[in-house]
Ligand binder design. Structure first.
Ligand SMILES: [Zn+2]
Length: 130
């Protein structure tokens, strides 16, 4: 399996995936909660919404707004089992292992760290941040 940096590099070449950014409100939420709390949320979301073998609403279980981790999931193609299979060859229809869950959480958190850093450095165009 590829490293987190390789995955982020590949995602940055998809204009659809690279188009996701945290809104002002979600950045404020992320600042307020801190990365440790966001990691706890990411673990919870991945475990309950992505890890089961059978997900009745797969493809629709991750909202497009409302939580920084949801946005990070769309940006990293870890939003549903269909995207996981397409991007990372993780077979759908089979429960994720704890190691797979942690790897996914690691990727989500790496994206969030980078997004927050890029924002501080002024590297995200204002129109994409509102
Ligand atoms: Zn998806």
């Amino acid at each position: 399996m590829q490293t987190i940096d390789e995955a982020l590099e590949k995602l940055s070449r998809s204009s659809f995936r690279a188009g996701f950014h945290l809104s002002r409100a979600l950045r404020a939420y992320a600042e307020e909660k801190g990365m440790d709390t966001l990691r706890t949320h990411a673990r919870e979301f991945v475990h309950t919404r992505l890890a089961p073998a059978y997900i009745p609403n797969d493809g629709k279980q991750t909202p497009m707004r409302g939580h920084p981790v949801f946005i990070a999931q769309h940006a990293t193609a870890t939003c549903c089992r269909g995207c996981l299979e397409k991007w990372y060859r993780v077979k759908a229809g089979k429960e994720l292992t704890p190691a797979q869950e942690e790897k996914i959480v690691g990727l989500i958190m790496a994206w969030l760290e980078r997004e927050m850093q890029n924002d501080k450095n002024g590297q995200i165009p204002p129109l994409q941040r509102e």
